[in-house]
Every structure is written in C-alpha cells, then in structure tokens.
Ligand binder design. Structure first.
Ligand SMILES: Nc1nc2c(ncn2[C@@H]2O[C@H](COP(=O)(O)OP(=O)(O)O)[C@@H](O)[C@H]2O)c(=O)[nH]1
Ligand SMILES: [Mg+2]
Length: 437
C-alpha cells in the first residue's frame, strides 16, 4: 500500500492527547473503524505515578545513607522470567504495575536487562538501582505470586492487599508466567478503583499501552512495514507450532479455512493477511496454504504478507524460543494492528497482541484455532476446524483453572462475579486441572 498522504504518521505509541489532532498515529489510522480507546482518568493516574516515582527514587538515591528502615517506601517487585517469551513477561509486568497502583507502592522490575533498548521508559523501574538499600536495611518480603508454586489467589480475588500483615512487608514480589492479576477485577475492595480508572475493565490494554510503548527505532520498523503492506482490512494470523498441547495438532489448512470463514460475505475489499509464526517452516507452510485457498477467491483482492524475521535463529535472551527479541516485538505489534486476529490455542503471544492494542476496543476478542487429535484420518475435514471466538481482548489466565479447582468456595464465587471469568479460563491446557504443581 502506498502511504496515505492524508494520514501522516508519527510515533506509533505516542498516545497522549493525540486523539483530537489531525496528525494521527499509525495505530489511530488503522483503528479508525473502531471507537477510540480513552482512559483519561487512568492517564492522569499514570502521569502522577511517573512523577511520584521519579521524585521518590531521586530522593532515595541522594539520601540513601540517611534512610532508616521505616522510611523506605514499600515496593512491588516484578520478576519476569526472561527465559520465556513476551506473553509471559508482559503479563508479569502488567500485573506488578497494577498491584503497585492499587496498593500505592513503588513499582520495580527485577532482571529485565536493557529494557530501554526495547521500550520507552518514563521512569527508572530497574530494581538494581535500589536493591542494596532494601537489602542493607533487612527489609522483609513476601510473594503474592511465585510461578505455579504459590499464588495468593484468595488475597488477590477478595482480600485487601493493604491489610496489616501485607503492609508489614516492605517488598511484595510478583513472579509469574501468567496474567494472574485478572481476579482482582472481581475484588470488592477495588471495584470503585476500576470503575473510575478503567471503566471498561480493559486493564491489560490500559496499562500495557502506557508502560510498554515500543522504542522509536522499533516502532519505526512497524510503521514502515504497515505502511508498505497493510490494506483496508487486515487479518492477522499467529501460528505457534513448537508448543503442542498434549500432542494435539493444528493443521495449517485449518487457519486458511478459518480465514475463509472471516471473509464470508465480504466483497470488493482490499484485504491483507499478515502471517507471524514461530518457525520459518510453519510460516512458509501457512503462506502456501493460504495462497492455495485464496488463489481463486474473486470477491476481494488478497495480499499475504509477513516480515523477513529468521525464525530459525536462536534467541540469546529467551532461550526457549527462536527469532530475535526485536523481531518478536515487531511481529506482535503488527498483529495488534490487525482488524481481526486468528491465533493459536495454548499460546499467549497472540492474546498479548490482542490486548496490547488500541484495537482492543473492538467488541470481540481474537479467534482461537483449537487443536485436534493427531489422528491419521480426516484431518482436513472442514467440520473438524474448531475455532473459538474469545469474548475479550484481555489475555487469558491459565492459572484460573487452578483457582477454580483448588481455592475455597468463597474465593471461587467472587472470582466468578466477573463475567470475564469464562474468558480467562478458556485458554491453555484443558486437562491441567487434575495436576497440582
Ligand atoms: N518474531 C516472532 N517470534 C515469535 C512468534 N511466535 C513465537 N515467537 C517467539 O516465541 C516466544 C513465545 O513466547 P510467548 O509470547 O510467551 O508465547 P507462548 O509461549 O506461545 O505462550 C516469543 O516471545 C517470541 O520470542 C512469531 O510469530 N514471531
Ligand atoms: Mg511463553
């Protein structure tokens, strides 16, 4: 696509007060079909937090010798697992920041090296800069979440995170691979806060669009790709083949069939299908399958595109995955710009893209292509293409199954007062409910 001159682009994520200006960002351009997402109240809270953080941290660093333990500010320390992918890490960061706002604690991230190479940074949240101060004063700490080993879901779902016991700890750690803060949106203690700050309860979107704005060098690459390739209607597909839940599989042809379904009734539209995948082979297979299916499709012009990221190259940071860190952010951001998303069951990459987006205002979530039994028979029969339409663009929460299964009745009841509980618990590993880790 040639650059549309009436929509000059500038910083992709520079969101503040942008909505009323003529010069709109790329996200605004591609989002124009949807209601604008505005979190005016949340933006104020965020900006105030940034000021407060910068002021207090400067003071702490200047006066560190003079601080006694009781004066040290209380903190939330998020520990994303850098060996895992963005879906895991971004969820951990968003949850930690949400807790810090709600409990009026300072927010830090532990172990995300070179964060500023990937994102714009409004305040220094590197735990390294103040760790010594806390360690020297023998601060006590407590985990709210510790991967799958420990999660205080009773506290998060219906407790008061500022109660006496919790407040006695200077440090609260959030160590997770999951969007574990989701149940707090059911918590009666915080209902008023959400009603005021994020009235549509798109918590992940409100926070991630502020806290995780791409570095200009990266957003420039996203903009260039989108300007050159995206047409009037964009369908994004995320294919994840390297994770296969319970040896179940998803033939690539099922994605093509699902796209066909999305295009039903669409005529005379210039369509782009943007493909992102976790391997070169997967991406090629999917592109070929799409070409086969849409070669003869006459109602619309269809352009199938992808970035040139080498998905077979090792990732030095996220050792469990391949492809570069920057390449992953670019693919994820491009997915987030798409009008419709078709993602892979059991992968948080696509869900994170759906939520980390102004387009999260659309009233439907991504379509999730489900796996099927790896049987030799009838794999490609159309009635076996299982696609589930998510009801929200918030990430899912695989641990919600643990919550529902293992927590006390009242905690489960309160969790289910949020209608999105169904959404949160529809993803990842259906059988895990029987496995206690
Ligand atoms: N560039 C790129 N990287 C991907 C893609 N899919 C997976 N990856 C890589 O694999 C990681 C997957 O981790 P994550 O986002 O946690 O998703 P999940 O592990 O599937 O739930 C990402 O962070 C990327 O490093 C893709 O479509 N494009
Ligand atoms: Mg992952």
């Amino acid at each position: 696509m040639t650059l549309n001159k009436s929509y000059p682009t500038k910083n992709l994520e520079n969101t503040e007060n942008e909505t009323n200006k003529t010069n709109v960002t790329l996200e605004h351009y591609t989002v124009k079909k949807y209601e604008e997402l505005k979190y005016l109240q949340f933006d104020i809270v965020y900006n105030e937090y940034v000021k407060k953080h910068n002021r207090i941290v400067t003071e702490m660093l200047n006066l560190s010798a003079k601080y006694n333990l009781s004066e040290l500010p209380k903190v939330i320390v998020t520990q994303p697992d850098m060996g895992t992918g963005y879906g895991n890490r971004i969820s951990a960061i968003v949850c930690g920041f949400l807790y810090s706002l709600i409990t009026d604690r300072l927010f830090f991230i532990d172990g995300y090296n070179n964060f500023e190479d990937y994102y714009e940074k409004d305040f220094d949240h590197d735990w390294k800069i103040v760790t010594n101060l806390y360690e020297n004063k023998n601060s006590t700490s407590r985990y709210i979440h510790d991967y799958n080993i420990y999660n205080d879901f009773q506290l998060v779902t219906r407790g008061n995170i500022s109660n006496e016991e919790i407040t006695s700890h200077k440090i609260l750690y959030v160590r997770t691979w999951d969007y574990v803060c989701a149940p707090i949106t059911s918590n009666p203690h915080y209902k008023k806060w959400f009603d005021k700050m994020i009235p549509d309860y798109r918590v992940f979107t409100a926070i991630s669009l502020k806290l995780l704005r791409l570095h200009p060098n990266i957003s420039k690459q996203v903009e260039t790709f989108a300007n050159n390739n995206f047409n009037d209607y964009i369908i994004g597909i995320h294919l994840r083949e390297k994770k296969s839940p319970y040896n179940m599989i998803i033939p690539v042809e099922h994605y093509s069939q699902a796209v066909k379904m999305l295009l039903l009734g669409m005529k005379n539209t210039n369509i782009t299908i943007f493909v992102a995948a976790d391997s070169n082979n997967g991406r090629n297979k999917l592109v070929n399958s799409l070409r086969e299916v849409f070669n003869s499709h006459s109602n619309n012009s269809i352009n199938i595109v992808h970035t040139e990221e080498d998905m077979d190259s090792p990732n030095p940071v996220s050792f469990r995955n391949t492809g570069s860190e920057v390449g992953a952010l670019i693919d994820m951001k491009l997915l987030s710009l798409c009008d419709d998303l078709l993602i892979t069951y059991g992968s948080s990459f696509g869900f994170t893209a759906a939520g980390w987006s102004r387009k999260a205002s659309r009233q439907r979530g991504p379509f999730v292509v489900m796996p099927i039994k790896n049987s030799k028979n009838d794999l490609l029969v159309i009635d076996k293409v299982w696609v589930w339409g998510a009801m929200s663009n918030e990430p899912c929460m695989y641990l919600s199954k643990w919550l529902i299964y293992y927590e006390d009745e009242e905690t489960v009841r309160v969790f289910k007062t949020n209608p999105l509980w169904l959404h949160y618990s529809q993803c990842h590993w259906p059988q895990d409910i029987n496995i206690k880790v």
